[in-house]
Ligand binder design. Structure first.
Ligand code: NAP
Length: 496
């Protein structure tokens, strides 16, 4: 499958004229190309609109070009892109698509390796997979892999149905379900911080950790995605996948080896240990919010119900906060708090690990209490780690003062870390599925969140909208922690 150590493949992008392809996929493939990580490859873009291959190549060029590119590189790169105008629901044109694929396979010596990247609305996933099989596109000499964007189903039932459909054409180890959070540098770093440092792992349990907080907040509202978001909401859009994946990485046991199967099996155990919620408990553990109008950076912004393609009476949540309990030996009694939402005060994804207080305070600070030790993992936009300690305040007194040990990824590498999509695409081409979600993880996550959506969908939230745009969510989200004697560490005060 590999020659000269470099992977080779034909990449078929379904939805090649869409936003994801333009903003993420073409630039990622280009970066891999300029870094010499791809040698022999070709790309077929598939979408309905009639475009010539030349027009398509121009569109690819426009999406990648920066000022310091060499024109020869760019021209060689785009010459490997071909366009096939095709409605994925139309059975008749898969044969022509296969002919083009065979031809390129021969011309570029691609060894029969094929990657099918479905950058399209999820309702087409099953149909495409079935056609790929029926019309012979998956009948290859080399490897065949299916890359699927989120959302993978709408709930457990629809996810099972979709999985059945795609499994007719691809085996589980040929399916790469993208959760782009798993491609983020600092999300991948969670494992390394935990398992490569003698100082953290011994403390990583309910004896020393008071609580863990995972926040993923956005400043942007729903923008043009009202139609999709009305059917999804923050629980399905963020919690079922990204938030639960981060929790699994934080809570899992050390794998016996760093292989895909071992890591996934430890993550699955965490998801199995999540305390399931009964319908009557949902609102004790989870809080939903919807933004009203407000001001962001001095500018007035509309409420969710005023956004395009949103119901004026919408019951859709744009914010979720929750308390997860992981009922196993390591985590019994330690709350994992998660929160995510749109139109919040800051764009920030951060994890705060709050350690328990020491048994006795010998020192004092101005406010007479010692700050707890915190380990903060900054996922985005800044990437880094901060350890909050107490140290002696300079001077005569034995007074303690908080200090921070900072590591900033950008400063250390002197360059931006590669985009998540670039890393994930490269993993897929090399056949490394570690940072993609296995079906078992998808199913367990849906079965957990389904309980919450069932309750929320059947009871209209009378308080909506219940948080102002530009804030950190509804008051009930703060009360969720106050009940336990904690509070959300303000993400804006924790920057690297
Ligand atoms: P988009 O901009 O709406 O693009 C959809 C693409 O599908 C277009 O190329 C469209 O081209 C093509 N298409 C639609 N119906 C078709 C049909 N019947 N046959 C063939 N092609 C068809 O969507 P997107 O934002 O790129 O998102 C694609 C997927 O990625 C979705 O599952 C989304 O949830 C996921 N995703 C996107 C982002 C993002 O940043 N955009 C992030 C995470 C996940 P034609 O109209 O020419 O057919």
């Amino acid at each position: 499958m590999k020659q000269n150590g470099k992977p080779t493949a034909l990449i078929m992008i379904f939805g090649a004229t869409g936003d994801l392809a333009k903003r993420k996929l073409f630039p990622s493939i280009y970066n891999l190309y300029t870094k010499g990580k791809l040698e022999r490859f070709a790309v077929i873009g598939v979408a309905r609109r009639p475009l010539s291959t030349k027009d398509f190549q121009t569109a690819v060029k426009n999406s990648i070009q920066t000022s310091n590119d060499s024109p020869a590189d760019v021209n060689d790169f785009i010459s490997r892109f071909y366009y096939h105008s095709h409605d994925v629901t139309d059975s008749s044109s898969y044969t022509a698509l296969n002919q083009l694929a065979e031809e390129l396979d021969g011309n570029y010596s691609l060894e029969g390796n094929r990657i099918f990247y479905l950058a399209m609305a999820p309702e087409f996933f099953g149909t495409i997979a079935e056609h790929l099989k029926k019309d012979g596109l998956t009948n290859v000499r080399g490897f065949k892999r299916l890359v699927i964007e989120k959302p993978f189903g709408h709930d457990l039932e629809s996810a099972i149905a979709l999985n059945k459909q795609i499994r007719t054409a691809f085996s589980e180890n040929e399916i790469y379900r993208i959760d782009h959070y798993l491609g983020k540098e600092m999300v991948q770093n969670i494992e390394v911080i935990r398992f490569a440092n003698a100082i953290f792992e011994p403390l990583w349990n309910n004896r020393y950790i008071a609580n863990i907080q995972v926040t993923s907040s956005e400043i942007l509202g729903v923008e043009e995605r009202g139609r999709y978001y009305e059917k999804s909401g923050a629980l399905r859009d963020m919690v079922q996948n990204h938030m639960l994946q981060m929790v699994a990485l934080l809570a899992m046991e050390p794998p016996i080896r760093l292989t895909t199967d071992e890591i996934r099996s430890e993550k699955v155990k965490v998801l199995r240990a999540l305390r399931p919620l009964k319908a009557e408990e949902v609102n004790d553990y989870f809080v939903r919010g919807q933004y009203g109008s407000g001001k962001i950076n001095g500018e007035k912004v509309p409420g969710y119900r005023e956004e395009p393609m949103v119901d004026k009476e919408s019951n859709t949540e744009t914010f979720v906060a929750g308390k997860l309990m992981i009922d196993n030996f390591r985590w019994a009694g330690v709350p994992f708090y998660i929160r995510t939402g749109k139109r919040m005060k800051a764009k920030s994804t951060k994890i705060v690990i709050q350690f328990k207080d020491i048994p006795m305070n010998l020192y004092y600070q101005t406010d007479q209490t010692l700050n707890p030790n915190l380990l903060v993992i900054h996922i985005q936009p800044e990437e880094g780690i901060t350890l909050h300690l107490n140290a002696k305040k300079a001077g005569q007194n034995m007074e303690a003062t908080p200090v921070k040990l900072n590591f900033s990824n950008k400063g250390a590498d002197g360059m931006n870390t590669p985009e998540a999509y670039e890393k994930l695409l490269y993993d897929c081409i090399r056949g490394d599925a570690t940072n993609f979600t296995h079906w078992d993880e998808v199913a367990l996550s849906w079965s957990f969140t389904d309980k919450i959506s069932e309750v929320w969908e059947n009871t209209k939230e009378a308080s909506f909208p219940n948080y102002q745009a530009g804030t950190m969510g509804p008051k009930a989200a703060d009360e969720l922690l106050e009940k336990d004697g904690f509070f959300w560490w303000p993400v804006t005060d924790l920057d690297v």
